[in-house]
Ligand binder design. Structure first.
Ligand SMILES: Nc1nc2c(c(=O)[nH]1)N[C@H]1C(S)=C(S)[C@@H](COP(=O)(O)O)O[C@H]1N2
Ligand SMILES: [Mo]
Length: 169
């Protein structure tokens, strides 16, 4: 009996410690993404940390898109960024075999993209400038430092602000 109680308590302690650990790691990732402009790429095989210098090594694109804001406003903006696809390929990650790519934000928002959307030449971008200005973080009142923009999705619901993590699966 006593041993059973000890075993049960031990399991609980381990579970609580594990959750605390996972939680603190998540909080750390949120801070790194928001304050240091890091992006984490995760797949079954790897976990890579991307910094802004690496993003700047990729081919830069500029385009205009219409933002339909949740406040009802409709505004055109010029965005500057890189293709999500180029970032994954730069890290030697093959989207060809993936079922989907999930983008996650520092506020927990997640958006699932199909392989075809990601592989499209001119659709899914990670942008870091809006109208020629760096994108501010959430606490600075912006949508950055990175935002995912899906050009062929005219509604902005899937334009993931505060991008933190890209999961290939
Ligand atoms: N990270 C994150 N991205 C997000 C959202 C969000 O809550 N969190 N909201 C979505 C929705 S519903 C809209 S309409 C657009 C624009 O939202 P905004 O006008 O509040 O910036 O962002 C989308 N991307
Ligand atoms: Mo929205």
């Amino acid at each position: 009996m006593n041993e059973k109680v000890i075993a049960a308590v031990s399991v609980l302690v381990i579970v609580v410690a594990l959750f605390a650990y996972l939680n603190s790691r998540d909080a750390e990732d949120r801070l790194l993404s928001q304050r240091e402009a890091r992006i984490f790429i995760v797949s079954a095989e790897t976990r890579e940390t991307v910094d802004f210098e690496t993003v700047l090594e990729l081919e830069e694109h500029q385009f205009t898109a219409t933002l339909r804001s949740s406040d009802g406003g409709v505004r055109d903006h010029t965005y500057t960024g890189v293709r999500l696809r180029d970032l994954l390929e730069h890290h030697g990650l093959d989207v060809g075999g993936a079922e989907q790519v999930i983008t996650r934000a520092a506020d927990g928002y997640a958006v699932a993209l199909t392989r075809d959307e990601v592989m499209d030449d001119d659709n899914v971008y990670i942008v870091y400038m809006i109208d020629g200005q760096p994108m501010a973080s959430r606490e600075e009142g912006g949508s950055g430092p990175y935002q995912v923009i899906i050009r062929k999705d005219e509604f902005a619901q899937r334009w993931n602000k505060y991008l933190m993590e890209i999961e290939i699966r």
